[in-house]
Design a protein around this ligand. Structure first.
Ligand code: DGJ
Length: 740
């Protein structure tokens, strides 16, 4: 890994074994983009990559050069209005009403490692040798704004982390109306874009579209990253597959409103931008103040979509997630939500926990309903005091009882919310986000607390920290069950209301930071009505996230498969739940439910007492299986093999870092009669190693990856006999171990 700077041509080249990222100072002092892709040789002058042309109706930025229009130049951090007619990365409203800016190169600095972004989640290094950072300094001579562009290139993989910092060193107040995190100006438009869209209970379904002239974008204006869209897009070549070809992923380390936009102009160049959604964003920057954008992580892969995902997984698992739980194997948990909903008392909970303990489960999680008047979702949010009619000795008493069983205890909270029917609202009606004298829309009978206010965050912190200090709590599930509406803070002046969405999420990060620092041993799982805040920002504080409220095994194949394009298996909360399934009413075998849930953090979401004795024995086997394989699953390399979106037999696998072990999951959604022969080609194995497949057959890695695993009934292969008799929603796991 190295950052070259060629003084004569003012060219920067960030290079590692996989990629090159090259840019230069343009003749007008702006930063121009030259190349991002597979590693290429360094040279002093890449000027030939700067194409200019004199085109009719273009405006030119240099008076004496009619060829020189920003409209046709590829740039690092462009702005609209001075000969570039595309949408830019920055827009600054100045005191005279002008929005024109002109950031001119002043100098640069490099350092080993990666600086922390104050108040924001970001990838990090543990040692300066893991990455190198370049800061490029630019200044607008008229308004005095300083712009610093940050680029970190990691040693490993095709990763660049980018962000921008704007400092007002002038004398006037300005308003940032747009300050995105990244801009990539690509020289052609021969791409397909993949976005990850959905809704509650069907999050992150990959959707493909061929790029067309004009703007195509996804984003969220819900105050959180959302069920609907994810702050992650991929541009891939049309011919790119899971294992071959170029793919570029852009991921925003942020949990609030975002925009990911691809703009193809009529000269077939592609501008990709990503950052805080500019809609409703208006950040007042007074002299001396700075604004730091969130970080965007871009990954280039020449090894297809799996190659790209592998890079994101490793980076996010090891250099975004933090704390003691980053590398520790995660506890197998049982959560009472689908077992009881709001209908529980201490006796019932202890009974559920005791049976789970008997089945080998390690952590009992008490979900919603334990506090204030929260006997339904109409009341109690905001009153983080145990309901003594349910829990006579409070959370402290219950947690001690659970620990006495030999299990750990975990607790659900939803700290950002408030019910109208709560003591907190009666005491502080001004603490909700709402516009004075206008109605505030309810959602799930609740409002959103104004986390842009420090006094609100302080108060909630006080209540939650008290419980965590008093009780034996090993795990927290932090939920967030509605989007933000009527976004307005009564604590901010009129000209700062455009800051509320971002200040809100900074407040959330602040509370996370305080709690995770004071309670480093607690494992945090983020959640937002299932997977509405499954984003890299959350992963920085909570190494796992509840993937979706849909716990049906067949639905989960899709949700977990889609989620895996960016996020590691170690981050995906996945549980075995009851049948008929509560969301889709489907009956699936217990084995299939377990086989899907293994590829995540694994747990249960039902009352095991309600299972037959035989099923309880099965549960013991599944729990033990996860204990035996969770190291491999959590730290292994995950490969998507066959998609549940396009095929009846979805499959995926994980391979241990030393390639000596692997676990393959193969599902068959619908049973068919008189089927064709089937083979499953594996991935990521050592071609030279011999593997025993479930102790039943021995195959070389190259056989398994090229000839494939024979999964149809065949006398010569490792077959799928466990699926007999035929039936829907079946699954099989194959465990591969390298032979001595
Ligand atoms: C939504 C979560 O996703 C569920 O798992 C559960 O915790 C409920 N909220 C509780 O209200």
């Amino acid at each position: 890994m190295h950052i070259y700077f060629h003084e004569k041509t003012k060219t920067f080249h960030l290079q590692n074994d996989t990629i090159s990222y090259i840019m230069t100072v343009l003749p007008n002092g702006h930063m121009g983009q030259l190349y991002y892709g597979k590693r290429i040789h360094d040279r002093e002058d890449f000027g030939y990559l700067l194409e200019t042309a004199m085109r009719s109706h273009s405006a030119y930025i240099a008076d004496d050069n009619t060829n020189y229009s920003l409209e046709h130049l590829r740039q690092e951090y462009p702005s609209y209005g001075s000969s570039d007619f595309r949408q830019g990365a920055i827009e600054v409203l100045q005191e005279n009403g002008s929005r024109i800016s002109d950031f001119v190169y002043e100098g640069y600095e490099t350092c080993g490692g990666k600086p922390v972004l104050p108040g924001l989640p970001a990838t990090y290094t543990e040692d300066d040798s893991e990455a190198e950072t370049l800061r490029i300094f630019l200044k607008d001579p008229i308004n005095g704004l300083e712009l610093t562009l940050l680029y970190t290139i990691f040693n490993e993989g095709g990763v660049i982390a980018r962000s921008a910092c704007i400092k007002n060193t002038g004398e006037q107040n300005v308003h940032l109306l747009k300050a995105l995190s990244v801009c990539l100006d690509l020289p052609d438009a021969n791409y397909e874009m993949i976005q990850f869209s959905g809704s509650w209970a069907r999050e992150r379904y990959p959707e493909y579209r061929r790029l067309h002239t004009g703007i195509q974008s996804v984003g969220s204006m819900r105050g959180h990253s959302s069920h609907q869209q994810n702050p992650f897009i991929v541009l891939k070549r049309p011919e790119t597959t899971e294992f071959m070809g170029e793919a570029m992923g852009l991921s925003l380390v942020y949990s609030g409103n975002f925009l990911a936009q691809v703009d193809v102009d009529t000269y077939n160049t592609t501008r990709v931008t990503m950052g805080i959604h500019p809609e409703w964003f208006d950040w007042k920057l007074e002299p001396g103040e700075s604004f730091q954008t969130p970080e965007a992580v871009i990954v280039f892969s020449k090894d297809g979509l799996n190659g790209m995902s592998n890079t994101f997984h490793k980076l996010y698992r090891t250099r975004l997630a933090r704390g003691v739980w980053r590398d520790r194997t995660r506890p197998i948990l049982i959560n009472n939500w689908e077992a009881t909903y709001f209908d529980f008392n201490e006796e019932k909970l202890v009974k559920i926990a005791s049976k789970a303990k008997e089945c080998g489960v390690e952590l009992f999680v008490l979900d919603d309903g334990w506090f204030g008047a929260r006997r339904s979702d109409y009341a109690g949010l905001g009153d983080w005091v145990p309901a003594h009619e349910l829990l006579p000795n409070g959370i402290k008493g219950l947690s001690e009882k659970i620990e006495a069983l030999g299990m750990k205890f975990g607790l659900w909270i939803e700290p950002e919310m408030i019910n109208p029917d709560s003591d907190l609202y009666r005491a502080h009606p001004e603490w909700i986000l709402s516009v004075p004298e206008r109605r505030a829309s309810l959602s799930r009978h609740q409002w959103v607390l104004d986390f842009s206010r420090k006094d609100v965050v302080d108060h909630i912190h006080g209540m939650i920290a008290k419980i965590l200090r008093e009780s034996k709590i090993s795990y927290i599930k932090w939920d967030m069950n509605r989007s933000i509406t009527e976004c307005y803070s009564k604590a901010l002046p009129a000209d700062r209301q455009g800051e509320v969405f971002h200040r809100y999420i900074l407040g959330v990060y602040d509370l996370y930071e305080r709690l995770t620092s004071e309670f480093p041993e607690i494992l945090f799982e983020s959640c937002a009505g299932g997977g509405a805040r499954f984003d890299p920002g959350m992963l920085y504080y909570a190494p796992q996230a509840w993937t979706s409220d849909d716990t049906d095994a067949v639905e989960r194949m899709k949700i977990q498969y889609g989620t895996s394009y960016c996020y590691p298996v170690s981050s995906m909360g996945s549980h075995v739940s009851a049948v008929p399934n509560h969301q889709v009413d489907r009956l699936t075998p217990l084995k299939t439910r377990a086989d899907v849930a293994y590829f995540g953090t694994f747990g249960y979401e039902l009352d095991l007492n309600k299972l037959s004795a035989e099923e309880q024995e099965e549960v013991k086997v599944y729990t033990q299986f996860m204990k035996d394989h969770r190291e491999l699953i959590q730290h292994g390399t995950f490969y998507r093999l066959q998609s549940p979106f396009t095929c009846n037999e979805p499959a995926w696998m994980v391979v241990s870092p030393d390639k000596k072990e692997a676990l393959v999951a193969y599902f068959r959604i619908l049973s068919k009669v008189n089927e064709e022969f089937k083979r499953l080609r594996l991935a990521g194995l050592d071609p030279e190693l011999c593997y025993s497949v479930d102790g039943k057959a021995v195959r070389y890695g190259d056989e398994l990856m090229n000839a494939g695993l024979v999964t149809s009934n065949s006398t010569s292969g490792v077959t799928f006999p466990e699926c007999e008799p035929a039936g829907d929603f079946k699954s099989e796991l194959f465990y591969l171990k390298a032979c001595e």
